[in-house]
Design a protein around this ligand. Structure first.
Ligand code: CP
Ligand code: NVA
Length: 329
């Protein structure tokens, strides 16, 4: 039987297909328990700390609800209220928190920070998003895809937009590990890092699938079962990136034309938050400044029957619960 007790959850690069499978199956069990109202406070007496250096709605709330459902104590530290990185090193912070808590979630900047926490904590560390990877999001996305298609193996997945960011990186690896054909459809300047592409291609070869990069929208989206996109400028990037990013990516918007190239039963996915209209504060300000009305996805596609974005959001909680439970017990 598979056990990941005591293991960190930093990137899916560290996880085998069997371990990912195990976490997805556990997530389904937890979702059934939650849906049927069956109590599952299996981790009573355990405590975790959530360390956030960037803002969050889904990840923070998923960790909190998952922890409460499991009967745990939960502490949230916001971007300004700990000593970490200012008066105290990452390593010392990890040593202190590891003495007090059974597990540590971290959201923030470089992957090095979460790795340093993991190397010093003595308890499992979970990556709640860095500049490079977003592994808990991957489990939610894989669970959602499996719920919609009944399988993962052999599906065709197209990621449109900034393929160099945490989502592009993570989705490429997740697909290659699970046997899903992956296409990054983006301008060449935003193709993923070559070394990471090489790793993904090696996994894909083992799992009977492919990794493909293209800047051609029609070619990239034709025959896709899943069209996925993400925001064009990520947290932590300077505001002056918006102008060049909009110029590079405006043709890569997921709109009705793109969805027509995709398969008829294709689904639309987005990790959220999404700028699908200009009602959001930053979206509005940036759109107005650069003379566009919609960004990475049109409101039409976002609101369509093909869109499964809120299933993904819900699945963040069930999958995060599985990660906490599997690494702590
Ligand atoms: N998808 C995601 O990680 O959302 P939050 O930034 O709200 O946590
Ligand atoms: N790429 C986005 C993902 C948000 C969940 C960001 O890092 O801001």
């Amino acid at each position: 039987a598979i056990s990941i007790k005591g293991k960190h959850f930093l990137t899916l690069l560290d996880y085998s297909q069997e371990e990912i499978r195990y976490l997805l199956d556990l997530s389904k069990n937890f979702k059934d328990l939650k849906r049927s109202g069956t109590p599952h406070c299996y981790l009573q007496g355990k405590n975790m700390v959530l360390l956030f250096e960037k803002t969050s709605t889904r990840t923070r709330c998923s960790f909190e609800v998952a922890g409460m459902d499991l009967g745990m104590g939960v502490t949230y530290l916001d971007p300004n209220s700990s000593q970490m990185g200012k008066k105290e090193s990452i390593a010392d912070t990890a040593k202190v928190l590891g003495r007090l808590y059974d597990g540590i979630e971290y959201r923030g900047f470089s992957q090095d920070i979460v790795t340093t926490l993991a190397n010093n904590a003595g308890v499992p560390v979970w990556n709640g998003l860095t500049d490079d990877f977003h592994p808990t999001q991957m489990l939610a996305d894989l669970l959602t895809i499996e719920e919609k298609f009944g399988t993962l193996q052999g599906l065709h997945f197209t990621y449109m937009g900034d393929a160099r960011n945490n989502m592009g990186n993570s989705l490429m690896i997740a697909c290659a590990k699970m046997g899903i054909h992956f296409t990054a459809c983006s301008p060449k300047a935003l193709f993923p890092d070559e070394a990471l592409v090489a790793k993904a291609k090696a996994y894909a070869a083992e799992n009977n699938c492919t990794v493909h990069l293209t800047d051609n929208i029609q070619e990239g989206s034709t025959g896709a079962d899943i069209i996925y996109t993400d925001i064009w400028v990520s947290m932590g990037e300077p505001d002056d990136v918006w102008e060049t990013r909009i110029k590079l990516l405006k043709d890569y918007q997921v709109n009705a034309d793109v969805m027509k190239y995709a398969n008829e039963q294709a689904i639309f996915m987005h990790c959220l938050p999404a700028f699908h209209d200009t009602n959001t504060t930053i979206g509005h300000a940036m759109a107005k400044k650069f003379g566009i009305t919609e960004m990475e996805v049109t409101n039409e596609v976002f609101q369509s029957k093909q869109s499964v974005v809120f299933d993904e959001a819900e699945n963040r909680m069930h999958t995060i619960k599985a990660v906490i439970y599997a690494t702590l017990s």
